[in-house]
Design a protein around this ligand. Structure first.
Ligand SMILES: [Fe+2]
Ligand SMILES: [Fe+2]
Length: 168
């Protein structure tokens, strides 16, 4: 049986993961409006990943005889100034999520919940990757010259990202 404090916090985290999916879906639509299909594809994979994170947390609660509770998801922003600004926001957002995951680890520690800690280890690692991916694209966009061709070449690169379901 999952401890009440951890269940409440994980339910909060499920909302945060679903918000992440919503935020990235909004970014996907921003890129679609710019006809940047590769950038939109990258974001679409991100939406799928965040949904998978929410499901992974929900599975954990259910596997431990708890109850998943959904709450309202905030509306995401809809406009950005540039692809660089989008990815700077992705990077900032992932850093925020990392601190939320660290908060869950602290609660699991306080509760001496080894199973919870083990489950959270996956997310700690995942956040390192999430931050790395976002930072890499921020750096690429910063060093890129501002030509249409450079953006198109980046778009082709991001078109190659494929979703791999981490819960499969
Ligand atoms: Fe996530
Ligand atoms: Fe994420």
């Amino acid at each position: 049986m999952i401890k009440e404090s951890l269940q409440t916090s994980i339910n909060g985290q499920i909302n945060a993961e679903l918000y992440s999916a919503y935020l990235y879906a909004s970014m996907e639509q921003y890129f679609a409006s710019l006809k940047l299909k590769g950038f939109a594809n990258w974001m679409h994979v991100q939406v799928q990943e965040e949904s998978a994170h929410a499901i992974r947390f929900a599975n954990y609660i259910n596997d431990n005889s708890g109850r998943v509770i959904f709450t309202a998801i905030d509306a995401p922003p809809v406009e950005w100034d540039s692809p660089l600004q989008v990815f700077e926001e992705v990077y900032k957002h992932e850093q925020k999520v990392t601190s939320l995951i660290n908060g869950l680890v602290q609660i699991a520690r306080q509760e001496n919940d080894d199973g919870g800690l083990k489950m959270l280890e996956w997310f700690v690692k995942e956040q390192v990757e999430e931050e790395e991916n976002a930072e890499e694209i921020v750096n690429m966009l910063k060093t890129m010259d501002g030509t249409e061709e450079a953006l198109a070449s980046m778009d082709r690169k991001l078109a190659g990202r494929v979703f791999v379901d981490p819960n499969a």
